[in-house]
Design a binder for this molecule. Structure first.
Ligand code: MD6
Ligand code: FE
Length: 202
């Protein structure tokens, strides 16, 4: 089950938690998610994001000019989000340390040049539940700061199969993706990185 856990300013990173065969199986499951719920490019008040997104589960995360929120249906198709794949739920059940399953699975797709600015995950109803994040494909430089804005940060390259758990005192730390190392993995045809984040939103 991979290498020892890394404590990144309270975020627990489990390098290599998902083995290669399971990564490929999860990727196939995520393709099915994207077939049912097409990937979109969110446009926020700050402009278009470089990351493409879709969701699975009871609630999907939607960003547009009106702001950010969780919604029960895909904004373009009007259909409910597809179910969270079992391969993804299995990771949550192994690492989250809570009895409740996630009701939201956000799928972020990073193609060439995509990144994600420093932010907090704070649109959920109960910060007692962790956020679990899965990395697939190309390596990404993950930066973690503090609950307060600004100040010291520490970064780490996340690799395909790594799992990060943001919970407890670290549940509301600021974090982001500075850049993705093109061609550092062969998992995704055509390159790129997929990040899956699981949450209890309620
Ligand atoms: C990413 N991750 O890895 C972005 N959020 O592409 C996140 O924003 C994130 O890794 C909450 C918890 C863990 C994360
Ligand atoms: Fe986040």
């Amino acid at each position: 089950m991979g290498e020892p856990e890394i404590d990144l300013r309270g975020v627990r990173v489990r390098p290599g938690f998902i083995e290669a065969g399971a990564q490929a199986a999860m990727l196939a499951d995520l393709r099915e998610v994207a077939r049912a719920a097409p990937v979109m490019r969110p446009v926020t008040r700050r402009g278009p994001m470089s990351v493409r997104m879709t969701s699975a589960g009871r609630l999907g995360w939607v960003a547009d000019r009106r702001g950010y929120r969780y919604e029960a249906t895909h904004p373009e198709t009007g259909a409910p989000w597809p179910p969270i794949p079992e391969s993804v739920l299995a990771v949550w059940r192994a690492v989250a340390g809570v009895q409740v399953d996630p009701d939201s699975c956000l799928v972020n797709l990073y193609r060439e040049g995509a990144k994600m600015g420093m932010h907090q995950d704070r649109d959920e109803g109960d910060f007692g539940f962790p956020v679990v994040s899965i990395s697939l494909g190309d390596e990404a430089l993950f930066r973690v700061g503090s609950v307060e804005k600004g100040g010291k940060t520490t970064s780490l390259w996340l690799r395909s199969g790594d799992v990060a758990v943001m919970g407890g005192a670290a549940r509301l730390v600021h974090h982001g993706i500075d850049r993705v190392k093109e061609g550092s993995s062969v998992l995704i045809p055509g390159g790129g990185r997929i990040n899956v984040t699981l949450r209890v939103v309620r």
